[in-house]
Design a protein around this ligand. Structure first.
Ligand SMILES: O=C(O)CCC(=O)C(=O)O
Length: 285
C-alpha cells in the first residue's frame, strides 16, 4: 500500500504540514509526539470563541451533540467540561476536521493515505478548577469498532503546562495490553489499581507542555491523563479523532454515536458522520 509519506511529495500542497522526522520517530517510539503547530493567531481566536459559545449554550445544544459528559452536567464545579460533536453545531469546529494542518500529521502518524473522521471532543478546565481527566487509553472507549487503527490530535487553545493541567503520557504504553475503561469522574490515578506489578513499575508519566495553537498526537492505546487546573488561566483543548478508512462495526447493539444511523455488524464505518477527511490518492497524479 502506498503510505501517507509516499504520497506527500515535496511539491504538493500537503508537504508543509508534514510531521518532522523526529516527531514521527517519537510517535512510533513513545506512542505520542508534539508540540506540532496547527493554528495561527487569528484562527486560534476564532476556535476559542467557537468553543466558548458552544460551552455557554451547552444545555440548549446538548440534543444536537453526540454526548455531553453527564458527571460534568451534574457537578460542573468538580468535573471537567467534556463533550463530543462540536463539529455538528459550529462551522469553525467543522472546518478543523478537514484542515490539512490537522489531517496531514494524523494520516502520517497512522500510515494511511485516506483518513476517516471518527469524532471530535472538547475538554475545558476553567481557572482554579479541580477536575482531572483520569488516566485512560482512548481505545478502551472504542471497542465497538474494529480494527483499532485510530489516532488522536489534542489541540490546545491555551498555553498548557503542569500548573493548568497539561496532558501527560506514559511513554511506550501504546505497546501495553488494553486496560479497563474507568468512569470519567474517577480520581486521576484510579487506573493504577488495575496495573499488574510489571506495568506499575513502568508507569513513568511525562507531562507535555504545549503552547496555544499547537497540538500533540497520540496512539489509541497510549495511556494519558491530566491533572487539575491550579492556575488563574483557562485550559481548553479541541480533540480530533481519526481512523483508518477500512474500520468496521464490531457491535451493532446501538448506534456508534447518538443520532447516527445504526450500522450493521461488519459494515464499514462510513456515511456523512464519518467522512473521509483527507484523500491523498485523489490528490496524487
Ligand atoms: O485534554 C485532556 O486533558 C484529555 C484529553 C484526552 O483524553 C485526549 O486527547 O484523548
Amino acid at each position: 500500500m502506498h503510505s501517507a509519506s509516499d504520497a506527500m511529495g515535496e511539491g504538493d500542497e500537503t508537504a508543509r504540514y508534514r510531521l518532522r522526522e523526529d516527531r514521527l520517530a517519537a510517535f512510533e517510539r513513545d506512542g505520542f509526539c508534539g508540540p506540532i503547530p496547527v493554528l495561527d493567531a487569528a484562527r486560534l481566536r476564532r476556535v476559542r470563541d467557537a468553543v466558548d459559545l458552544v460551552i455557554a449554550r451547552l444545555d440548549e445544544l446538548e440534543p444536537r451533540l453526540y454526548e455531553v459528559e453527564r458527571a460534568h452536567a451534574d457537578r460542573p464545579g468538580e468535573v471537567v467540561c467534556h463533550f463530543l460533536g462540536g463539529w455538528l453545531v459550529d462551522d469553525e469546529l467543522r472546518s478543523l476536521v478537514f484542515d490539512l494542518a490537522v489531517t496531514v500529521p494524523c494520516a502520517q502518524a497512522l500510515g494511511v493515505d485516506r483518513l476517516r473522521f471518527w469524532h471530535d471532543q472538547v475538554f475545558a478546565k476553567p481557572p482554579h478548577h479541580p477536575g482531572v481527566v483520569p488516566w485512560h487509553q482512548d481505545e478502551s472507549y472504542w471497542t465497538r469498532v474494529q480494527p483499532i487503527r485510530h489516532v488522536t490530535m489534542n489541540l490546545l487553545l491555551d498555553d498548557a503546562d503542569a500548573t493548568n493541567g497539561c496532558l501527560q503520557f506514559v511513554p511506550g504504553s501504546h505497546r501495553w495490553e488494553l486496560l479497563p475503561k474507568l468512569p470519567f469522574d474517577a480520581p486521576l490515578e484510579a487506573i493504577l489499581a488495575w496495573l499488574p506489578p510489571a506495568r506499575r513499575a513502568q508507569f513513568a508519566p511525562r507531562p507535555v507542555p504545549v503552547p496555544a495553537g499547537h497540538a500533540t498526537l497520540h496512539h489509541a492505546r497510549t495511556l494519558h491523563g491530566s491533572g487539575p487546573n491550579a492556575s488563574a488561566r483557562p485550559r481548553r483543548a479541541v480533540v480530533l479523532n481519526y481512523m483508518a478508512p477500512d474500520t468496521r462495526v464490531a457491535d451493532a447493539s446501538a448506534p456508534l454515536l447518538r443520532g447516527v444511523p445504526l450500522l450493521p455488524i461488519g459494515a464499514l464505518v462510513e456515511g456523512p458522520h464519518f467522512p473521509i477527511a483527507l484523500d491523498l490518492r485523489a490528490e496524487s497524479p
